[in-house]
Design a protein around this ligand. Structure first.
Ligand SMILES: [Zn+2]
Length: 680
């Protein structure tokens, strides 16, 4: 069974045999490979919360269990050919002089951030060149632990970058079974437990403690050492109380340098850390993760209020809240940082496992399929620091950000600041890791839909492969084919998004029984035979939702659609494929839409295209929407952004024009939130 199910393992073994990583550990001759396999926690091994931790609704599958296919594989291949696969060759901060490779260079968060995305990308694509690249970095940390137990460069003793490196090590251990990882983490946590009262959490680590708790819980579930739970309690008691922040939420409007007391050259005041976008994206998981340890339902459930508050005061149509770089209100010309996008995704992935509500999967898809691709160039060589839902010019200029600098919405190598350059890599690969999760009753749950293949065990240890074929999120049909090693009964829980009223599910061609309710998981609990298949049809109906100043956003399935003025790209700094770019529109953007809100299909035509281009590019656009609108001459450019949205409904005497909307992720210039005309 083990050799059948762990088809990814021989890839790793062939790789280690070829490059000789972990000499003495893994570079063994073929005859002993089975021993290495047996010592690895297999892709079939689901590690669940150990008492006294609260049981999760779902449990994460180990890295390597899920292999991307179809458009998702294409997207990961674009990423591997882009910055993720090459950044160490062109960016000194991640070059051979990095402190995380023993050099004298950058020794803080950038090395671990990069690895946090490179490791899952390498092992999901089973790409030997990327594995070689990743292993060189991990090897340095594994072979340079200090006698005290401290890890990482000696240049600083900040807890924060080590919190990121722990996430890297847990993924690496899952993918490779490297036997050195768990003892290294045990020694590190013992060191931290000894030090932390003398040297408490400070600055970033004080606000990001919950990200370390994810790794502490990971290790506790593998060793059962109660000292780890003591450490978790101390991290929580030293860390910032996020739950309390959202019980008495003070940041109900856009922040400014003045309101936060920011001074160039001085450390961030606490109030700036508390209203900071990336801190808040990471903190989405704080209450649920802490609730796993405290056992208190109120801790776990506090996240609902936290999300509602962010929606209410700072919600944007791309699935994120605004923060550029601090909370910025609901105007769609405000921005959100790429680090916050990928960290919110990682938070929702963890929250979905802990709480198991379908809503978190909806939220994760909305960010992953809109905000993430919308802030990266098609080839993933350039990114923005801040993206705007209404983004009409990406130019170097001071604009209406809460506190960010003039380069923040350029596409480039390190616009504004280099954190996103290092941290962007985790977005797509971690989404792949969490497309499926295990259920406590021996079954499987679909959390996010996309083409892939999952291998795991179900029931009482029967190996199974499920193949998911789909063009979701562009289309609503999903086919799952079940291939168990032998006939086995297990529950399959299928997420039905909140927008998917009228979803149809057929098993081997026959409609399933029972009510299929949008916004919940539908459970199919039955005997599964090899070749059984399930067809899911999500109705991809057009939807009109309302946002800032009663503007409208057009949605279909999990995708948000945008008008894309024709972009003119001009190079600001030539650096080959990693150049910096400004983008200006050569066609108008200031339209109000003519829509029939009750029956959007009467005013909007859905046009399907067959394309093999990158999924979230103009060339690769699979779906376009055709509709009509009129220009609004009074809606003008203010500080190089779309000026204040006119309150809808509006009127216009301009002629009616035909307009085309494309997925948000493809439109690098765009209007997403539109005024609408009072009489269509
Ligand atoms: Zn960043």
């Amino acid at each position: 069974m083990v050799t059948w199910i762990r088809q990814f393992t021989p890839v790793y073994l062939a790789f280690v045999a070829a490059v000789g990583v972990g000499a003495g550990q893994t570079a063994a001759p073929p005859a002993v490979h089975t021993k290495v396999i047996a010592s690895a926690p297999a892709a079939d091994a689901v590690v669940r919360n150990r008492a006294p931790l609260r049981r999760n609704k779902f449990d994460l599958l180990p890295l390597g269990a899920i292999t991307p296919a179809g458009w998702l594989r294409q997207q990961l291949e674009v990423q591997a050919a882009g910055l993720t696969g090459h950044i160490d060759e062109i960016w000194p901060d991640l070059g051979p002089d990095s402190g995380w490779l023993g050099g004298a260079g950058e020794a803080w968060e950038r090395g671990p951030y990069f690895l946090d995305g490179l490791i899952p990308l390498a092992y999901e694509l089973k790409d030997p060149a990327l594995m070689t690249k990743a292993s060189r970095w991990v090897e340095w940390t594994l072979t340079h632990q200090q006698p005290s137990g401290q890890i990482g460069p000696t240049k600083n003793d900040d807890w924060w970058p080590r919190m990121v490196m722990l996430k890297v090590l847990t993924q690496y251990q899952e993918a490779t079974g490297d036997a050195r990882v768990i003892p290294l983490m045990q020694r590190y946590f013992a060191f931290q437990a000894q030090e932390i009262d003398k040297h408490p959490l400070f600055e970033w680590s004080k606000y990001r403690w919950q990200d370390e708790l994810v790794s502490v819980v990971w290790l506790y579930n593998r060793t059962g050492d109660p000292k780890l739970l003591d450490l978790a309690r101390r991290l929580h008691s030293q860390g910032y109380d996020w739950r309390r922040q959202f019980e008495h939420f003070p940041f109900t409007a856009k922040q400014t340098r003045e309101s936060l007391g920011l001074k160039t050259g001085s450390a961030n005041p606490d109030i700036a850390m508390q209203s900071h976008g990336v801190n808040n994206a990471m903190a989405l998981k704080a209450s649920p993760v802490w609730g796993s340890i405290s056992g208190q339902a109120a801790d776990v459930e506090a996240v609902h209020e936290q999300i509602q508050i962010l929606d209410r005061y700072h919600g944007l149509p791309n699935g994120m809240f605004s923060a550029d770089e601090h909370f910025a209100g609901p105007d769609p010309s405000q921005g959100i940082e790429l680090c916050a996008v990928v960290e919110a995704m990682f938070s929702y992935e963890n929250i979905e496992a802990i709480l198991g509500d379908a809503d978190f999967g909806d939220r994760l898809e909305r960010i992953a399929f809109n905000a993430l691709p919308g802030t990266l160039t098609d080839d993933m060589w350039a990114h923005q620091y801040d993206q705007q839902p209404n983004q009409i010019k990406c130019t170097r200029t001071d604009r209406q950000w809460s506190t960010n600098g003039p380069e923040s919405n350029l596409f480039g190598l390190e616009p504004n600041f280099g954190c996103c350059t290092a941290n962007m890599h985790q977005g797509w690969p971690k989404l792949v890791e969490t497309l499926w999760m295990a259920t406590p009753d021996g079954g499987l749950a679909t959390v996010v839909y996309a083409p892939n293949e999952v291998r795991t065990v179900v029931g009482k240890g029967i190996a199974v492969k499920l193949v998911e074929e789909s063009d979701y999120p562009f289309e609503g049909h999903v086919r799952l084919t079940v291939e168990p090693q032998s006939t086995v009964r297990f529950p399959l829980r299928l997420r039905v998004p909140a927008w998917a009223n009228g979803t149809k599910i057929r098993a081997n061609g026959k409609n399933v029984v029972g009510r299929i309710e949008a916004g919940t998981f539908y459970t199919l609990d039955r005997d599964w035979h090899s070749g059984d298949h399930i067809d899911i049809d999500f109705p991809m109906l057009l939807r009109v939702t309302h946002w800032y100043h009663n503007s409208v956003v057009i949605e279909r399935g999990p995708l948000v659609y945008a008008l894309a003025p024709t972009p003119e790209w001009s190079k600001l700094k030539d650096r080959g494929p990693a150049s910096d770019w400004e983008v200006r529109p050569s066609t108008p953007w200031n339209y109000a839409l003519a829509i029939d809100e009750k029956h959007p299909e009467r005013s909007i035509d859905v046009v399907q295209r067959s394309s093999k281009g990158a999924p979230f590019s103009m060339d690769g656009t699979r779906i376009a929407l055709h509709l009509h609108g009129r220009r609004l001459p009074g809606w003008t450019v203010v500080e190089e952004s779309a000026g204040p949205l006119p309150m809808s409904p509006v009127t216009s005497a301009e002629p009616e024009e035909s307009l085309t909307l494309v997925p948000y992720g493809a439109a690098k210039l765009r209007i997403t939130a539109f005024p609408f005309l009072s009489s269509p």
